[in-house]
Write a protein that binds this ligand. Structure first.
Ligand code: BES
Ligand code: MG
Ligand code: ZN
Length: 494
């Protein structure tokens, strides 16, 4: 698919589908839209009146024009209230236009939406992201398409001038989001620790990243007993993956991004019971997927920042080799952990990944993990929990999420709750009481960061997956985290 931006006047555009936006309670046609309507013999005005279109956010109307018209279909979308108009409005509106255009079998689409904040480049980027993400459909596992599909082949952004750089930024970021979606959507018999390592190799060679893969023996030498404890029951070898992006010249900052990489989480011997969603646990590498997606985008965007992408990848399985509930594991920083619940495995793998990142001398570490059901209970499906002792990093990430169009909510790191993880026999247990479960998980992780000035943990168990289409997300994996990470890494910090 091609995306172009130009100053072609609306009335001169020719193609299959032309989409325009109108604000709520402001559906009178003025300016270019009035001229277009005149040219179309009043069709737009009639359509708006007939459908009682009010411009509410998320609504749209469309009609077929008569044969011989240079435009086959017109689509009018509601933009909601002007005071709520943001980049995210543009992204989700563009996503629904693109989906509708595809359904209406439009090979060529023209999109004319208002400029946000007087910034044509950001507007073009947001629309292009919306189109790319809204059109993504995972058909890899269907042997035949469900219906005859016409794909959108070219999209013209109208009224925004030349925007080549903004559009290619949008495509680079979206390519990272889509990689993350593909990794999460693919089941555990497709995406395994081995394939994750292969994909990392491909990313490294495609985007000039450095790569280091630690095999089980390497992890043993580093004393990664927590990660290896989780990996014990799997028939597949664990892979500790470390990609790094190094800019030419001196980096402005050095950062590490860690993603939880459980290609499947059965719960281990504390096996997930009926109704626990065990069959959805292919999503448990959503953090690693976001990390890979960010690596893909950052490898193309080439910021002046050094970034390490780290994931300890394995499966949480059951077998005669499985760690027992009650086992004591020693992490690579020497701390001992009594595993009172084998289903709290993510934090065990992250413990060794955090210790590894902490030794790299970076300015900040951010980890992303589908870590707790408790976080989903607290914040629902759309919002990730952010846990950080560092206010500055917290606000950087909050801004990055807003810019990227993702939602984070800062949660408390109540040190007193660490009492819930006290163990009579080891330095700590891996699981505390049910209440405040996402907070004790974060407090557990904090034990493994010592020398790095700033660290944040994002619990993405909710937003990693969408049950139904909404905004730029189609049903399925969302690629959550990539847009926030890219925005965080590429924004200069004083
Ligand atoms: N992978 C799960 C968390 C999860 C739950 C992710 C729902 C996505 C959706 C994690 O490993 C887990 O099992 N956590 C337990 C922790 C508990 C044993 C302390 C949980 O949340 O129940
Ligand atoms: Mg688990
Ligand atoms: Zn898990």
């Amino acid at each position: 698919m091609e995306i172009k931006s130009s100053n072609t006047p609306l009335v001169d555009w020719k193609g299959d589908g032309l989409a325009v936006g109108l604000f709520e309670e402001a559906v009178e046609l003025t300016g270019e839209l009035a001229t277009l309507d005149e040219k179309l013999a009043g069709v737009l005005k009639e359509l708006i009146a007939e459908e009682e279109f009010k411009g509410k956010a998320g609504t749209s109307i469309h009609t077929r024009l008569t044969g011989g018209s240079p435009i086959r279909k017109v689509i009018v979308v509601g933009l909601g209230k002007p005071e709520d108009f943001q980049l995210e409005t543009l992204r989700s509106t563009a996503a629904s236009i693109a989906r509708l255009g595809k359904k209406q079998k439009c090979k060529t689409l023209g999109i004319n939406l208002p400029v946000s904040n007087n910034d044509q480049a950001k507007t073009a980027q947001a629309i292009a992201e919306g189109v790319e993400l809204g059109l993504y459909e995972d058909i890899r596992f269907k042997s035949e398409p469900e219906e005859k599909v016409v794909n959108v082949e070219s999209v013209d952004l109208l009224g925004l001038g030349e925007q080549e750089a903004a559009i290619s930024r949008a495509r680079q970021i979206s390519s990272g989001v889509i990689l993350a979606r593909e990794l999460v959507n693919a089941p555990a018999n497709e995406v395994t620790p081995i394939t994750m390592a292969e994909i990392a190799q491909t990313l490294a060679s495609d985007y000039g990243l450095q790569i280091e893969i630690l095999e089980q023996e390497d992890c043993e030498k580093l004393g990664m007993g927590a990660f290896l404890g989780v990996a014990k029951a799997s028939d597949l070898p664990p892979k500790f993956i470390h990609l790094s992006y190094k800019p030419q010249g001196t980096p402005k900052r050095k950062l590490a991004i860690i993603g939880k990489g459980l290609t499947f989480d059965s719960g281990g011997l504390n096996i997930k019971g009926a109704g626990s969603g065990i069959e959805t646990m292919k999503i448990d590498m959503g953090g690693a997927a976001a990390t890979f997606g960010a690596a893909k985008a950052i490898g193309q965007l080439k910021p002046d920042v050094e970034v390490h992408f780290i994931s300890a990848v394995t499966e949480n399985m059951i077998s005669g080799h499985a760690m027992h509930p009650g086992d004591i594991l020693k992490a690579s920083n020497g701390k001992t952990i009594e595993v009172n619940n084998t289903d709290a495995e993510g934090r065990l793998t992250l413990a060794d990944a955090l210790v590894f990142a902490d030794k790299l001398g970076v300015d900040a570490i951010v980890d992303l993990a589908t870590l707790t059901g408790a976080c989903v209970v607290a914040l629902g499906d759309n919002i990730a929990g952010m846990f950080t002792p560092d206010d500055a990093l917290g606000s950087q990430l909050q801004t990055a999420a807003e810019t990227g169009g993702e939602k984070l909510w800062r949660m408390p790191m109540e040190d007193k709750y660490f009492e819930g993880l006290k163990s009579g026999i080891a330095d700590m247990k891996n699981t505390g009481p049910r209440a405040g479960g996402s907070i004790t998980a974060a407090l557990f992780l904090k034990q493994f960061v010592k020398d790095t000035p700033a660290w944040a943990h994002l619990d993405i168990a909710g937003p990693v997956w969408a049950d139904k289409e909404s905004g730029v997300n189609n049903a399925g994996a969302t690629g959550f985290g990539v847009r926030t990470l890219v925005s965080w890494v590429t924004t200069a910090v004083e």
